[in-house]
Design a protein around this ligand. Structure first.
Ligand code: T5A
Length: 210
């Protein structure tokens, strides 16, 4: 049985992705202790440099096409130098956001057509896609309220609520399109309830793979 797994975590800002990572790692380690934790945009030195540009508030606004191409530039580097080698070594790759975020943010949020994103997805990823996507669902206002207690925001967090409502709507479309890999987590619940849902979903998923 193949031990490598590519798992992505998705959701609007403040859904609780980062907070859930230790629970996900701990649950997965019973299956395969070789886990590579990474994130997008970012994950490698070059991709993290691109991330800084993407999230920077000190630069003037960038065109949505530029934003889209930078996301995929960061992803190409991340795939070639980190994700693909780890999967080839039978490791689990656990990635905080991946291409579904591009469909949600640059597609749903910025209005770029899916067909244009698909071209770049195919070019960059070929047939590689996540085995499992944990989608943490919370309404945009609740998620944003959780992040807005932070001292600093980034370029995306400064967008208005309509932008994040479109993003959540797009995640729901993606979930309907890919029921085989999407698992819905109700992220409006308390942190401990969210973590229990994640454990349950992962245990069921891993059991089905055995
Ligand atoms: N992006 C990314 C694109 O536009 N296109 C792309 O292709 C990709 C890959 C990345 C940005 O880039 C965009 C999307 C993003 O805007 P980021 O900083 O990585 O920037 O943004 P996020 O991934 O959204 O990180 P956040 O920290 O904002 O959200 P998380 O990780 O979902 O939330 P988390 O876990 O940090 O929690 C936030 C706060 O809420 C509390 C936590 O304690 C924390 O204080 N919290 C809860 N409180 C109550 N109940 C719960 N259930 C809670 N869960 C967490």
């Amino acid at each position: 049985m193949k031990k490598s797994l590519f798992i992505t975590i998705e959701g609007v800002e403040g859904a609780g992705k980062t907070t859930s990572i230790p629970v996900i790692q701990e649950t997965l380690s019973a299956y395969n202790e070789h886990i590579v934790l990474t994130r997008e945009p970012g994950g490698t030195e070059v991709s993290e440099a691109i991330r800084e540009t993407l999230l920077s508030q000190s630069l003037p606004a960038m065109h949505p096409d530029t934003e889209l191409l930078l996301m995929f530039a960061a992803r190409a580097e991340h795939l070639r130098s980190k994700i693909e080698p780890a999967l080839a070594e039978n490791k689990i790759v656990l990635c905080d956001r991946f291409t579904d975020s591009t469909y949600a943010y640059q597609g749903g949020g910025r209005g770029i057509a899916d067909s244009r994103i698909k071209v770049l997805e195919k070019w960059t990823q070929g047939t590689l896609c996540a085995d499992l996507t944990l989608y943490l669902d919370v309404d945009a206002a609740t998620g944003l309220a959780r992040t807005r207690i932070r001292e600093h925001s980034d370029r995306f967090e400064d967008e208005d609520i309509a932008f994040f409502n479109r993003i959540r709507g797009k995640f729901h479309e993606l979930m309907a399109e890919h029921p085989e890999r999407y698992r819905l987590i109700d992220a409006s619940q308390s942190i401990s309830e969210v973590h229990q849902q994640i454990r349950d979903v992962l245990h069921t998923y891993l059991k089905e793979r055995r």
